[in-house]
Design a protein around this ligand. Structure first.
Ligand SMILES: Cc1ncc(COP(=O)(O)O)c(C=O)c1O
Length: 422
C-alpha cells in the first residue's frame, strides 16, 4: 500500500508560534462571510458587542471542561444545565412533571425526541415493525436522518397547504405503526408555523407522541407574541404536546452547540437515556448522542439567557421584527417581487411570479450580499436582524436595481440548484 501522495499536507515536524498560527488562520479565513456582518443575510444571530464579549469571556473560562464529567468533576455544569432546562420549561409553559436535557443542537434534540418516542412505544405498546413517524412536507431533514439512524420509517406529506403542514394529508399517513408526529414552530422552509393545536389533537386522538420542533422559533416566537405578533400557541399550553425542541444557539443567541429538548413528562427521560453496563471501566450512561461535550456553548447559553432576560430578548426581537417589516414592505414595493407565505420568525423568502429570482440573487451576490437559495417556489432567503438596521436601505436599493436589470435583459441564472447544506 502506498501512502506517499506528493501533494499531501505533511504532519508538522515543528510547532508554530502563536503569531504564526494567527497569521495562518487569518489567511484561511480571508474569504469567509462575516458572521454578524451587515451584508450577511444568511443566518445571522447578533444582539450586540457586549453580549459577544460576555460569550468570549465565559467560554474561555470553561474551555477545558467536559460536560460528560459534570456529575463527578464539574457540579457547576450539572447545575447550569439543570437551570437552563428549568428556564426553558418556564418559557414554554411546561407542566409541573416536565423535564428535559441540554443537547448539542437541533438535530440532536430531534433525534433524541424520536429515540425517546420509539423506545417508549416499544416498552408500552409494541408496534408492528418497523415503526413510523409522520412528518409535514416542511419538516427538517434532521428527522429523516434520525429515522435513518434509528431504523424508523418516515411518512412525509408530499406538499404543504398555504405553506404550512397539511393536517388532512398527515392524518391519512397515520397507521398502526405510527409512533410519533411532528409539527414545526416554525419550519426552516417557509418559516410559517404549522397548525400545532390541530396536529396535536390529531396525534392525541391516535395516542401518538407529538413533538414540536421549535428549534428555529423557540427563542423568537414567545417574545414576538409578547410584542403583539399574531403567533398561535405552539408550546406545552397546547394539549397533546409531548416534547419540544428549542435551539439556544439560534435565537437564544448562544454560540453553536446548545439546544434544549423538553419532555412534558420527565419519566420519559428513561427512554431517552442510553445505558451500557458490561464494560470493564463501569457503567456508561448518557441522555444524548455525544459522549464528551464542550462546556463552553452551554455556559455561554446560560450566561446570555441570564444577561438578556425576557426584557432583553423582547428588545432584540422588536428590533429584528422592525427590520423584517421594513424589508418585506420594501421588497413588495419592487415590481415583480413578492414574499412567500406568512413567515413567523425573522427569516423569509423572496420569490417572483415573473422574473428569474435566482438571477436576481446572482446579481445581489455580485454586489456583495450573502444570501441563500430555496425552492418550491424558486426563491432566496433573507435573514434580517440587528446588523441590518444600517444596511436595509442599501439592500433594498440593490434589490430594486437587480430586479430591473433582470427584467430589462431577460436574465436567467445558469445554475438552478438550491442547497441548504453540503
Ligand atoms: C426547524 C429546525 N429544526 C431543526 C434544525 C436543525 O438544527 P441544527 O442545525 O442545530 O442541528 C433547524 C436548523 O435550522 C431548524 O430550523
Amino acid at each position: 500500500m502506498t501512502t506517499d501522495r506528493p501533494n499531501r499536507l505533511r504532519f508538522p515536524d515543528r510547532g508554530s508560534s502563536r503569531d504564526e498560527i494567527r497569521a495562518a488562520l487569518a489567511e484561511r479565513q480571508a474569504h469567509d462571510v462575516a458572521p454578524h456582518g451587515e451584508r450577511n443575510f444568511r443566518p445571522n444571530y447578533y444582539v450586540d458587542d457586549e453580549t459577544l464579549a460576555l460569550i468570549d469571556e465565559v467560554s474561555a473560562k470553561v474551555a477545558e471542561q467536559n460536560v460528560l464529567y459534570a456529575g463527578s468533576s464539574y457540579p457547576s455544569l450539572k447545575q447550569i444545565e439543570a437551570e437552563l432546562v428549568e428556564m426553558g420549561l418556564d418559557l414554554f409553559h411546561a407542566p409541573v412533571d416536565a423535564g428535559g436535557t441540554v443537547t448539542t443542537g437541533g438535530s440532536e434534540s430531534n433525534f433524541l425526541a424520536l429515540k425517546t418516542a420509539r423506545d417508549r412505544a416499544a416498552a408500552m405498546r409494541p408496534q408492528p415493525s418497523p415503526c413510523e413517524v409522520v412528518l409535514a412536507h416542511t419538516a427538517h431533514p434532521s428527522f429523516e436522518k434520525a429515522a435513518h439512524l434509528l431504523g424508523v420509517t418516515t411518512r412525509r406529506a408530499t406538499a404543504s397547504v398555504d405553506f404550512h403542514a397539511d393536517v388532512a394529508t398527515m392524518a391519512g399517513l397515520i397507521s398502526p405503526r405510527t409512533i410519533m408526529m411532528v409539527g414545526s414552530a416554525p419550519p426552516a422552509a417557509y418559516g410559517q408555523t404549522d397548525p400545532i393545536a390541530e396536529l396535536a389533537a390529531l396525534a392525541a386522538r391516535h395516542d401518538i407522541w407529538f413533538h414540536v420542533d421549535s428549534c428555529m422559533g423557540g427563542f423568537f416566537l414567545p417574545f414576538a407574541k409578547a410584542l403583539g405578533e399574531p403567533i398561535p400557541d405552539f408550546d406545552f399550553r397546547v394539549p397533546g404536546v409531548w416534547s419540544l425542541s428549542a435551539d439556544l444557539h439560534k435565537f437564544g443567541y448562544a454560540p453553536k452547540g446548545a439546544s434544549l429538548l423538553l419532555l412534558a413528562d420527565r419519566r420519559n427521560l428513561a427512554y431517552q437515556e442510553y445505558r451500557f453496563e458490561d464494560w470493564p471501566w463501569g457503567l456508561y450512561a448518557t441522555t444524548g448522542f455525544a459522549g464528551s461535550r464542550p462546556a463552553a456553548p452551554i455556559v455561554a447559553a446560560w450566561s446570555v439567557l441570564r444577561h438578556l432576560g425576557r426584557a432583553g430578548y423582547e428588545r432584540v426581537t422588536a428590533r429584528t421584527l422592525a427590520v423584517k417589516k421594513r424589508l418585506i414592505a420594501g421588497i413588495r414595493a419592487i415590481p415583480g417581487l413578492d414574499v412567500v407565505g406568512r413567515p413567523d420568525a425573522a427569516h423569509f423568502f423572496v420569490c417572483s411570479p415573473e422574473l428569474d429570482v435566482y438571477a436576481i440573487e446572482e446579481e445581489l451576490t455580485r454586489r456583495g450580499w450573502a444570501l441563500a437559495r430555496a425552492r418550491l417556489p424558486d426563491s432566496f432567503q433573507v435573514w434580517p436582524g440587528v446588523p441590518h438596521e444600517t444596511s436595509a436601505d442599501a439592500f433594498l436599493a440593490d434589490m430594486a436595481a437587480a430586479a430591473a436589470l433582470v427584467r430589462a435583459r431577460g436574465l436567467r441564472a445558469e445554475d438552478r440548484g438550491a442547497v441548504y447544506t453540503r
